[in-house]
Unconditional design. Structure first.
Length: 137
């Protein structure tokens, strides 16, 4: 499902974990980036930003991957990243992750209306509690 927070979660995970890796790269909105710059440009940027990417402990986050072929095109068929490396992929289609033989698949659940409202208030009004609206009849 679009708009549920996958990109936000992917970005937060990257920022939280990157210190524990030798190098890393994050590509947010892979779909848009491929349309804008092309697959080869993304690969060049990914590898040029991280010349020591191979054989080191790497954190790679690819957000909004469309299909397993696209994933293989981005990272290759036989990655030789070092021990302890992690590749995190977000997709709207669970089958993409299954086809890529993902070790773990986590499905982001929709928030219920109460949690959604709480999040809205905390972002809109910078408060950690809900305002209560009462209407008297």
């Amino acid at each position: 499902m679009g708009g549920i927070g996958k990109s936000t979660i992917a970005n937060a995970i990257y920022r939280k974990l990157i210190a524990g890796f030798s190098s890393g790269s994050i590509v947010l909105n892979v779909q848009q980036e491929i349309k804008r710059a092309g697959l080869d440009d993304i690969r060049k940027k990914y590898f040029s930003d991280n010349p020591g990417l191979k054989r080191t402990k790497v954190l790679l986050v690819l957000d909004d991957v469309k299909d397993a072929k696209q994933l293989k095109d981005l990272i290759g068929t036989h990655c030789d990243f070092g021990q302890g490396s992690r590749i995190i992929v977000t997709s709207r289609d669970k089958q993409v992750l299954k086809n890529a033989n993902a070790d773990v698949i986590y499905q982001v659940k929709e928030m219920d209306s109460q949690d959604s409202l709480q999040l809205f208030y905390s972002c809109a009004f910078k408060e950690n509690h809900m305002l209560v609206y009462q209407k008297r009849f």
